[in-house]
Ligand binder design. Structure first.
Ligand SMILES: [Zn+2]
Length: 320
């Protein structure tokens, strides 16, 4: 029986149930939060996280994969509290979420030294707890696969090779980052079945998506609600086109929702919603309300739905 590490301990892979593969119970800059804690309201953050997760649970979600890594304010004790309050399993990661910047600490150390830290999170525990990471997160965005980004990717790959943990890579189709990110993982010998290219659904260009899928990876159609990258209707068309081409077993649906996020001052968030860049109903339940009903109407079978929401997250997590 394969097990998956959650913030409340190991769980049988077959018991994960319906899983949202990419949501954040809280996203913030850990350095700002550490230096100016008065800016943050812990009670309000916890309430928002519990409400978001409980709403997903009401739709049958039993597990949430939260890819908040270094620079996203990863805090596994906070995640554990949210999990305990809601009864929803939360799966945490190790890794570094950077588009280029690396602290001097990592600039002066080599790939293997970084990989060793990832391995420790996976095998010993995170932040002084016994909570273990179940997967490894890395990212490439507008700057592309810079030398620093490549270093983190190779560290993620080596930690994956050593532990068997899968990888989730934040990608940016608009900057064509996915192919190079995948190439690095494959150069390092990572099994494609352990690789998830997150945010691939930010494009509906099948000429970009299909060659990635042909290599055997999972792709995230995981930013439903973030209209600035691609509107919901076009995301649905992409999902349907991929299912029609036989890739139901390789796609992952999620929303990349952040119960709280400190990236913007409150008035800027209101503007993003008012301007249509972010849907007002962006949440951990949007796919149940606005996506699955449409996909079902267009022919998504109950079997395919189970494959996408239950089997695919589990198979990616255990690497098959
Ligand atoms: Zn995310």
């Amino acid at each position: 029986m394969r097990e998956v590490q959650t913030v409340t301990g190991p769980r049988a892979a077959d018991d994960l149930g319906m899983t949202l593969v990419h949501e954040h119970v809280r996203f913030r800059d850990e350095a700002v939060a550490e230096q100016w804690p008065h800016l943050y309201d812990a009670e309000q953050e916890l309430t928002a996280a519990v409400e978001a997760v409980a709403a997903a649970k009401a739709h049958g979600v039993r597990t949430i994969v939260d890819p908040t890594a270094m620079f996203g304010g990863r805090d596994v004790r906070f995640m554990r509290t949210v999990s305990e309050r809601t009864g929803v399993a939360i799966v945490a990661c190790t890794g570094i979420y950077t588009y280029d910047h690396l602290p001097m600490f990592f600039q002066t150390r080599d790939v293997d030294a970084i990989a060793e830290l990832f391995v420790r999170d996976i095998t010993v525990g995170i932040q002084g707890t016994e909570i273990k990471a179940a997967f490894i997160k890395c990212a490439a965005d507008e700057p592309g696969v810079t030398p620093n980004v490549e270093k983190v990717h190779r560290a993620a790959a080596r930690a994956s090779r050593e532990t068997g943990a899968p990888i989730m890579a934040h990608t940016r189709p608009a900057s064509n980052t996915g192919p190079r990110q995948l190439e690095i993982f494959l150069e390092e010998g990572v099994d494609p079945a352990k690789i998830q290219l997150a945010h691939t659904g930010d494009t509906d260009d099948l000429d970009y998506i299909l060659p990635l899928l042909e290599k055997g990876v999972y792709v995230g159609l995981d930013r439903y609600g973030l209209e600035m990258f691609l509107p919901l209707d076009r995301r649905n068309e992409t999902a349907l086109a991929l299912i029609e081409r036989g890739y139901a077993e390789r796609i992952l649906l999620s929303q990349d929702y952040c119960a709280t996020i400190d990236w913007f001052p409150p008035e800027a968030v209101e503007q993003l919603i008012a301007g249509g860049a972010v849907r007002e109903d962006w949440s951990m339940t949007l796919i149940f309300e606005q996506v699955l009903p449409v996909l079902r109407e267009r022919g998504l079978s109950a079997d395919q739905e189970r494959t996408i929401l239950i089997d695919n997250p589990r198979r990616w997590l255990v690497g098959s």
